[in-house]
Design a protein around this ligand. Structure first.
Ligand code: NDP
Length: 332
């Protein structure tokens, strides 16, 4: 095994944004391990993705208990790579994990009970070989468990020293405000919200971002490329090695309707006029809102990650470009 030495100039290559009103700064791009880190993909490729990310100043890696497949395997593989390559850099890294979706059988392996969250994080730490994570998230709202119980579990986790900060994912604006109130009363360091946000899914613009600003929370937005749709990859069919080609996967190729592809084609032309790839423009478009602390990308290849990082070379939009984009996005 060759030894990894992170690029010396990594912090000159990245820009960092403050996360809400906290002491933490996040890189404009973070790397998510939902896909491409389980046991069905190449371990060496996963390792190169993490090395490339960190050597470009991406200090934040985002995991969850159930990333794989199978569940848990992304954390296990990350743990192996961490041990081989990243242990000397632990204090330069922000590592997050989550619990909230289906993880193990029975009533205690899902949703938002204290029982589930605390046991799940213990398992995650073991799989990753870490003493603590930097951020622990409740992965989705639980309509049945009292919010006080779920937030109480996040508070306990911090007091146990198993997480430095906490976050929530997929919570509505109202749920986020309620969570913030409870966590404030407990003095728990509530850092961040992780919502889905991209050019084709703009629900956060309808109140969530205002709530985050008011509460002093940061945001890290997931599926910024709509799982690959907001790139040029599907313009000429479905490549065999793409996410939409995975049977029973999370991206149904039936979503690629002629109307959607026409929209993507038009966005691609605007990106070309900006001398950017569509992926780069989709990332830059999200970062124009300073309340977006970080864009959480996925990548199956090192070249994709490099393409996405190069989005930082052109983050500015003219009024005319924004109008052209808006016209395409609001067209029915
Ligand atoms: P993206 O929208 O960034 O999609 C990533 C996929 O897009 C890649 O796997 C690749 O697909 C394709 N891609 C990426 N870059 C390029 C490029 N430059 N050119 C062409 N294709 C490209 O994000 P994800 O949906 O993967 O989500 C990112 C992260 O967000 C996850 O890893 C996870 O950490 C987090 N997340 C959180 C959720 C939550 O509930 N909190 C839910 C979902 C994600 P291909 O495989 O086809 O090559």
């Amino acid at each position: 095994m060759n030894t990894y030495h992170a690029a010396e100039e990594r912090y000159q290559k990245m820009q960092y944004r403050r996360c809400g009103r906290s002491g933490i700064k996040l890189p404009l791009l973070s790397l998510g391990l939902w896909h491409n880190f389980g046991n069905t993909t190449s371990f060496e490729n996963s390792r190169q993705l993490l090395r490339t990310a960190f050597s470009n100043g991406i200090t934040h890696f985002d995991l969850a208990n159930n990333y794989g497949p199978p569940f848990g395997s992304a954390e296990e593989n990350f743990g192996k790579i961490f041990k081989q390559d990243f242990r000397p850099y632990r204090d330069e890294l922000l590592i997050s994990t989550k619990a909230g979706w289906d993880m193990w059988p029975g009533p205690y392996g899902n949703f938002g009970s204290r029982k589930y969250l605390i046991a799940s994080l213990d398992q995650s730490l073991q799989r990753m070989g870490l003493d603590y994570v930097d951020i622990f998230y409740h992965h989705r709202p639980d309509p049945e468990t009292p919010l006080e119980e779920t937030m109480g579990a996040l508070d306990q986790i911090v007091r146990q020293g198993k997480a430095l900060y906490v976050g929530v994912s997929q919570y509505s604006a109202g749920e986020t405000a309620k969570a913030a109130k409870i966590l404030k009363s407990l003095n728990t360091p509530f850092l961040i919200h992780q919502p889905r946000y991209n050019m084709l899914d703009r629900w956060v613009e309808d109140g969530l971002m205002d709530t985050l600003e008011k509460e002093g929370l940061g945001s890290i937005v997931f599926s910024p490329l709509e799982q690959g749709i907001l790139t040029s990859k599907y313009l000429n069919g479905v490549p065999a090695d793409s996410r939409a080609a995975i049977k029973g996967g999370y991206l149904d190729k039936d979503r690629l309707t002629p109307q959607l592809l026409e929209q993507i084609q038009q966005l691609n032309s605007i990106a070309k006029d900006r001398n950017q790839s569509l992926a780069q423009m989709a990332i830059a478009w999200l970062l124009k809102d300073k309340r977006v602390t970080s864009v959480l990308v996925g990548a199956s290849k090192v070249t994709q990650l490099e393409d996405n990082i190069a989005a930082l070379n052109n983050l500015e939009f003219s009024e005319g470009e924004l109008e052209r984009i808006e016209e395409v996005l609001t067209k029915q």
